[in-house]
Structures are given as structure tokens and as C-alpha cells.
Design a binder for this molecule. Structure first.
Ligand SMILES: *Cc1c(COP(=O)(O)O)cnc(C)c1O
Length: 243
């Protein structure tokens, strides 16, 4: 018992230490890219993390959390302290599960098909709401990953922009695993170029505000390349334990 209490306190201490460190790193990277700390959104990817630890991070100032499985989000939903915190969906989403979460999330970051966007629009309409979405881009064109290929992005963007109850707010990506900072930065820069390109076209009902890229191992590079939202899991909560 004593041991368990101590290890729980240790875990909270670690989260507090990590949170401060990440905040400092984000501020530094923002400055290096000519921006300010407040220009960057720090979202924590909370898969496998128990609500008590998520809520502790929220008490430290965390304002955005993201889950990537529908079942897990639903099982934790009642326990999140969401008064000042935005809950987003960041994982692969099947159309038939949209109705289970559409009333619970502020943004769905992982939209990569017209069919999925149509279902989000249809279900949002039932709640009289417009759901903010990001289009997920498969920037490395990997077979194993979801996301629209870069050359199909413009077309998808135009099609989705016609839907009534969704609003495109930007782009999201998970780049391939890279061995060097130069390699990962080239993917991030390609994403930034796509982002700027679409923003410049001023498509009706599309507001290119959010470029979501960068995780624990590469968020500083992502910010330097133009990301304004990073999604950080293990650097905040420690290595994931899958049960
Ligand atoms: C888990 C996850 C992250 C964070 O991963 P870490 O490497 O632990 O920071 C970011 N984005 C998505 C979509 C995730 O599923």
C-alpha cells in the first residue's frame, strides 16, 4: 500500500516536471520560428492514460486532449474534467462510429475521405451543430497509414467544403518514422507548403488555421517548420502501458 502511494506521487511529480519541460521547449521552438508560445497549441494525446492523470495535467494548465479510439473515449468520457479543456478525436475513425462521439468532441482531426466527412456532417446536423475537422494527409504516402495523399488533398478539400455541418479548420499528419531531423523536417515542410497553398486559395467554408503535426520525438522540429498544434503523449505521461 505504502509503495503504491509513493509510486502514484512519483508519477504525478513526473507529469508536473514533464509538463514544464514541454512548455519550455514549445516556447523555445516558437521563438526560433518567429512566433510566440501562445501561437502554438499543446494538445496531449491521452490514449492508455488513466483519467486521474489526464485531469492532473489539466490542473497544471493543459487545455487540449485527444483520444484515438472511440471505445476508450467513451469509457473515460464521464471522468474527464472538461470545464476548460477541449476534447478532440485524433485517431482513425470508421464512419459507423461517428454518431457515438460527434456530440462529445470539439474537433475531429483525422478526416481523410468524403464518406467520413459526409457522415460527420449528417450526425452533426442531428445535434444542430457544425463540427470542426482537420483533413489528415498521408504525407509519406505509406500503404499502412490513413490520410489522403497530397495530390488528392485539394479535391477532397473542395468536396468537403460543400457539406453543411462540418467546417475544415486545417490539416493534420503523422509522417513516416525517420532517422534524421533533416528527413522529418522535409515532411513537415511539405505539409506547411500544402497548408499555405490551400490557405491562399480562400476556398469558401474552409478556414486554414490549424496545422497539427509533431509528436513526442519531433514536436520541436514540427514547430520550427510551421506547426501550430503539436500532439504529445509519452513525453508528458511516460511510456504507454497497453493492457
Ligand atoms: C499517440 C499519438 C500521438 C502522440 O504520440 P507520442 O509519440 O506518445 O507523443 C500523436 N498523434 C496521434 C494521432 C497519436 O495517436
Amino acid at each position: 500500500m505504502q509503495e503504491k502511494l509513493l509510486s502514484n506521487q512519483q508519477k504525478l511529480n513526473d507529469i508536473q516536471y514533464n509538463y514544464k519541460k514541454i512548455e519550455e521547449n514549445i516556447a523555445k521552438a516558437a521563438e526560433l520560428s518567429g512566433r510566440k508560445r501562445e501561437d502554438i497549441i499543446f494538445l496531449s494525446a491521452t490514449k492508455t492514460v488513466e483519467p486521474q492523470y489526464i485531469n492532473y495535467a489539466i490542473s497544471l494548465g493543459l487545455k487540449y486532449i485527444g483520444e484515438n479510439k472511440v471505445q476508450e473515449l467513451l469509457s473515460k468520457y464521464e471522468q474527464y474534467d472538461l470545464a476548460n479543456t477541449s476534447l478532440q478525436f485524433i485517431g482513425h475513425l470508421q464512419s459507423n462510429k461517428v454518431r457515438q462521439i460527434v456530440d462529445k468532441v470539439d474537433m475531429i482531426q483525422s478526416v481523410d475521405s468524403l464518406k467520413l466527412a459526409q457522415e460527420i456532417s449528417k450526425q452533426s446536423k442531428k445535434y444542430n451543430k457544425t463540427t470542426d475537422i482537420l483533413l489528415e494527409v498521408n504525407i509519406g504516402k505509406e500503404e499502412s497509414k490513413s490520410g489522403v495523399f497530397p495530390e488528392k488533398l485539394q479535391e477532397l478539400c473542395c468536396q468537403v467544403s460543400e457539406l453543411e455541418n462540418v467546417k475544415i479548420k486545417g490539416l493534420m499528419t503523422i509522417p513516416p518514422i525517420c532517422n534524421t531531423k533533416a528527413e522529418i523536417s522535409s515532411y513537415f515542410s511539405s505539409m506547411y507548403n500544402l497548408f499555405v497553398d490551400i490557405r491562399g486559395k480562400n476556398v469558401h467554408n474552409v478556414s486554414m488555421e490549424c496545422l497539427s503535426m509533431g509528436m513526442s520525438s519531433d514536436y520541436e522540429e514540427a514547430i520550427k517548420c510551421g506547426a501550430n498544434m503539436v500532439r504529445i503523449g509519452s513525453s508528458l505521461f511516460g511510456a504507454r502501458v497497453y493492457k
